[in-house]
Design a protein around this ligand. Structure first.
Ligand code: SF4
Length: 436
């Protein structure tokens, strides 16, 4: 009989957090089995994100709700893990909203923190060496086709608006041998695609002689049928060497997420992004030079400190010049503890931030639609990832450029590669049919 306790993990935020939840599940797997029904849980862990204020507010609301629903009448334990850990440790423990708190580098201590003898326990110490490289993630919420692999942790860039260097600590890279071993194990289990993850993958470095392009080359050479993606690149570090490796391997997807954040040099300087608009556009030219067919996406922040109407127009013109396929777009929200919160004034009124964000979103919708229209009549190799939400008779998958394509199932299976001809599109999705 299984005597393991039941563990329910709820994850918020970026792909790194979802990858971390799989590491946590693996670390606790000797004593805890993952359950999908929160009502059955002995322990609920909330893996949290601090990138924007509303992400934190959502989690704080959820903790109040979970306490009201479950904690008052049972011995259930609630834990907060991830980026909010250090920022909210004292407040949440004082209010007794959680029993344990563990930061992103403290997951190996979770079993100890959860011991019955402790009423409340925390560990939010950041490490300079922890990469969890010996932990094989437990893929408990996986489609069996695509997997995330963390290759590095932390960030040294200190963009002035960002909390990540404070919540996740300094950069450290994982031993490439353990990355390759994990890739091989995923292949053995039938996975078809891996996404290499890091806050800034281009900073990956092992023993001073293996950089990120070298690692990509090694991973792509494991098996030609395995698709490789990565996230996220910092424009200042996007090297020609990486683009050459991407171009040389057909199984490395021709898709780059390159967060611009702004098109204005004055704002980029205030953001401490360490590149200029001209440098960024020159990197876009390099991508197009090596991989004319590449898909390019970005992140844009509207209304950063001191942003003028001209700065905003510069962002719109950069978007037009690059013609992004896709973008994540946000209003600036000040995060306590960051350089911007200490030295700059959040002085763009909210209604102006909202209007600028709407203009950015409207432009991106046009750009995405134009990009999709230009794919009409083309055929793409697509990895089938699952059944479309639109209809049980349709699959969805992505092409190399990271665009979602929906098409009739015919006799194919999830995990198959198929050639799909694009016949129509919306702003967000391509629609097509499988070519024999
Ligand atoms: S590169 Fe900048 S935005 Fe990205 S995680 Fe590091 S500090 Fe944050």
């Amino acid at each position: 009989m299984d005597t393991k306790k039941q563990l329910y993990i709820e994850t918020y935020g970026c792909q790194m957090n979802f990858a971390d939840s799989e590491i946590v599940a693996s670390i606790l797997s000797d004593n805890y089995a993952i359950c999908n029904d929160i009502q059955q849980a002995d322990v609920i862990l909330i893996n949290t994100c601090s990138i924007r204020e509303n992400a934190e507010q959502k989690v704080l609301k959820r903790l109040v709700e979970l306490n009201a629903l479950y904690r008052k009448h049972s011995s259930i334990k609630i834990g907060l893990i991830g980026c909010m850990a250090a920022r909210f440790e004292k407040e949440l423990i004082k209010k007794s909203l959680v029993d344990i708190v563990a930061g992103p580098d403290a997951y190996r201590s979770l079993a100890l923190l959860l011991e019955d003898s402790y009423q409340q326990a925390t560990n939010t110490i950041l490490s300079t060496i922890e990469t969890y490289d010996d932990i094989l993630p437990l893929r408990f919420d996986s489609n069996g086709i695509s997997a995330f692999i963390s290759i590095m942790r932390g960030c040294n860039n200190f963009c002035s608006y960002c909390v990540v260097p404070y919540t996740r600590g300094r950069e450290r890279s994982r031993n490439p041998k353990t990355i390759i071993e994990e890739v091989k194990k995923l292949l053995d289990k039938g996975f078809k695609e891996v996404t290499l993850l890091g806050q800034n993958v281009n900073s990956y470095e092992w023993d001073e002689h293996i950089d990120f392009p070298d690692l990509m080359d090694q991973v792509a050479s494991v098996d030609k049928s395995l698709r490789i993606r990565f996230a996220t690149s910092h424009p200042k570090d996007l090297s020609d060497k990486l683009l050459q490796v991407m171009a040389a391997h057909p199984n490395i997807c021709k898709s780059i997420h390159l967060p611009a954040q702004s098109g204005s040099n004055a704002i980029l300087k205030r953001m401490n992004r360490k590149y200029t608009r001209e440098w960024y556009l020159q990197r876009i030219d390099a991508i197009r030079h090596y991989m004319p067919e590449a898909g390019i996406s970005t992140d844009i922040i509207a209304g950063f400190c001191g942003e003028t109407e001209q700065d905003h127009q510069d962002t719109l013109s950069l978007m037009q010049m690059v013609a992004y396929d896709f973008a994540f777009m946000f209003k600036y929200s000040e995060r306590s503890g960051t350089h911007a919160s200490k030295t700059l004034t959040d002085d763009v009124p909210d209604h102006i931030k909202t209007r600028r964000l709407e203009e950015i979103i409207t432009l991106q919708q046009q750009l995405s639609h134009n990009s999709n229209l230009s794919d009409l009549g083309k055929s793409f190799e697509v990895l089938i990832e699952g059944t479309s939400k639109r209809s049980p008779d349709f699959y969805f998958g992505r092409n190399s450029q990271n665009k979602v394509i929906v098409f009739p199932k015919l006799h194919y299976n999830i995990g198959d590669y198929v050639n799909v001809k694009v016949e129509s599109c919306t702003t967000a999705t391509l629609l097509g049919s499988i070519q024999a």
